[in-house]
Design a protein around this ligand. Structure first.
Ligand SMILES: [Zn+2]
Length: 274
């Protein structure tokens, strides 16, 4: 279940792992003052001052970790709507915050403590995951899944990378954060064709409804199927009940704002070893 905790949202599924902290931001609690970025915008280059983005990242990191770690532990990358996931370590701390970003990607996996991978979204799907190794230590993931990444199977790629680091597959739990849901995600024929091509026509038919000549895509459904294929069954996946485009007062939404918007963050970190 998702619930609000101050300026962020958390999933009770991930809180079952006591050595992990995680959170999904919304719009409130930041320092950005321009109306469409107000106020917790986490991405530079959208019209915000760099120092605002840095201050917001600090605020977000503290909120996620209940004050235990700050923005200098954050790791962000330029996101490219791919299925590329990087394994991050202590050497990546501060990327995109206090130093240059590393290689472009749309997800991070780590088994090291004290680093906070953050993915950023404004309608796309943020996914946070955690699981354990046989010795009880943690492996975590943060994933940005737009429709290309969703159909491209990035959630499954992240699961495989977690298992490469030693995670036991059937310990993995996932939280699918707030994104544009099927109620508001109208798409065109070219979208249907692209999803069919990226995956297969059956996948497209299962997750894109057609009604009165209009198509609506279900990004959560796509990711639930991809995760299930990777061995993470739906009963281990928590899905946010909210929709960014239904609530542009609460969440940044690319669609609802016509593209003039900030971004939200989803971050996760290992705080203690077990
Ligand atoms: Zn909606």
């Amino acid at each position: 279940m998702f619930y609000r905790d101050g300026i962020i949202y958390r999933s009770t599924f991930l809180e079952g792992y006591s050595g992990i902290v995680h959170g999904f931001s919304a719009r409130r609690g930041g320092v950005s003052t321009i109306d469409y970025l107000s106020s917790l915008n986490l991405t530079g280059g959208l019209g915000d001052e760099e120092e605002n983005v840095r201050a917001n990242t600090e605020i977000f990191a503290k909120a996620v970790s209940k004050g235990m770690i700050g923005g200098d532990s954050a790791v962000t990358a330029h996101q490219i709507h791919s299925a590329k996931v990087r394994i991050a370590g202590p050497g990546n701390r501060g990327e995109g915050f206090s130093r240059d970003r590393g290689e472009d990607c749309d997800g991070f996996v780590t088994d090291r403590s004290g680093i906070l991978p953050i993915v950023r979204t404004a309608d796309c799907v943020p996914i946070l995951m955690a699981g354990t190794k046989p010795d009880g230590s943690y492996v975590i993931a943060a994933v940005h899944a737009g429709w290309r990444g969703s159909a491209g199977g990035i959630a499954g790629v992240a699961v495989e990378k977690m298992c490469e680091l030693g995670c036991v597959r059937d310990t993995i739990r996932a939280a699918v954060g707030t994104h544009i849901r099927q109620c508001c995600y109208e798409v065109r024929q070219d979208f249907v064709d692209s999803v069919s091509e990226a995956r297969d026509p059956g996948f497209a038919a299962r997750h894109i409804a057609r009604e009165n000549g209009k198509y609506r895509a279900d990004l959560a459904g796509m990711n639930l199927e991809i995760l299930n294929e990777a061995g993470v069954s739906p009963d281990r996946v928590d899905v946010s009940p909210f929709c960014t485009a239904c609530r542009p007062d609460e969440f940044f939404s690319h669609r609802a704002s016509g593209g003039k918007r900030g971004t939200m963050g989803a971050g996760i970190a290992i705080i203690s070893r077990t």
